[in-house]
Write a new protein. Structure first.
Length: 174
């Protein structure tokens, strides 16, 4: 498998503009590439160790979606079913060249649809206080800031907990 760090830094112009991402379930052989994508997406102290990522993915209550373009893994999302009918987005990672190309939207749609089929009443996630692009993305999807947690990440950074109440799926007629 190619070096994901080098892959993640290639300009998006090197990819066919019409190539679309698709989603599939996690395969055990994906762990190493998912780990490397996570390391490329997040700073040390925010990214997960290989062991942490493996533990989240293999929980009985979790589900992982893998985004691919052709045969390349370009992103992933791990969600978990928490107690009291609550869903938790543990992480969403998209390789740099594939950001702002609907990959994150596809991953979040899949996770929220899964949460609805699980009859979960809400979904929450944490995002770094200084990650304004992620906060804007989640806000556009209907997430609201619930509370801030000081020193949430291992590097000492604070995080916002953002929550979305789930109802019936909506159709965007734009």
């Amino acid at each position: 498998m190619e070096n994901v760090a080098a892959f993640a830094q290639q300009p998006a112009s090197e990819y066919p503009s019409g190539e679309a991402a698709s989603l599939r379930s996690f395969h055990p052989g994906d762990l190493e590439v998912l780990y490397r994508i996570d390391q490329a997406c997040f700073a040390p102290g925010v990214s997960y160790s290989r062991q942490e990522l493996a533990a989240f993915i293999t929980r009985r209550s979790s589900k992982t979606w893998v985004a691919v373009a052709g045969d390349e893994v370009i992103g992933f999302l791990v969600a978990d079913r928490a107690p009291q009918s609550v869903g938790h987005i543990i992480t969403i990672d998209v390789a740099e060249p594939w950001r702002r190309r609907n990959v994150g939207t596809q991953l979040m749609d899949a996770a929220e649809d899964w949460a609805r089929t699980q009859k979960l009443r809400l979904v929450y996630l944490e995002t770094a206080e200084d990650n304004l692009k992620a906060q804007a993305f989640y806000d556009k999807r209907g997430y609201v800031k619930l509370k801030q947690i000081a020193r949430y990440y291992a590097n000492g950074a604070a995080a916002w907990v953002m929550v979305k109440m789930l109802g019936e799926p909506t159709i965007d007629n734009r």
